[in-house]
Design a protein around this ligand. Structure first.
Ligand SMILES: [Zn+2]
Length: 127
């Protein structure tokens, strides 16, 4: 495709989470370009799976990244002090795992990585 290696992130819209995650994905996964899908507190949207319009919007954008840019991985991000999802860390880690199940249920050929950013804005991979 001549645009380098794409990867995808479903991130919070929070401006504090963008650059740390993009830099981490470039370093850890050798991504040249990171397609960003942002929502306020996306892990809550994906975990609860109640807002069908928001879910469909995320699914559609991920599909474009996968089919048009050839992305093979999607990272899902949760973080401390989230205005869109004011849940504690443990609850958000549970939401991250449920969010992964939602994304995997869409049947796209992508590997899912789960990332947490604490108060120090360092990226931690959640297993
Ligand atoms: Zn947030």
């Amino acid at each position: 495709m001549g645009h380098g290696k794409f990867t995808t992130v479903i991130n919070c819209m929070d401006g504090r989470t963008q650059l740390p995650v993009i830099e981490w994905l470039k370093l850890k996964h050798g991504a040249d370009c990171v397609d960003s899908i942002t929502e306020p507190g996306p892990v809550r949207i994906l975990a609860e799976a109640r807002d069908t319009a928001a879910l469909e919007s995320i699914r559609r954008r991920l599909s474009i990244s996968v089919t048009k840019h050839g992305s093979k991985r999607v990272a899902i991000v949760a973080h401390a002090d989230c205005a869109g999802n004011p849940a504690d860390k443990q609850a958000q880690l549970d939401q991250l795992r449920a969010a992964a199940a939602t994304v995997l249920s869409w049947g796209m050929d992508v590997q899912v990585d789960l990332l947490w950013l604490g108060d120090d804005w360092q990226v931690e991979q959640v297993v």
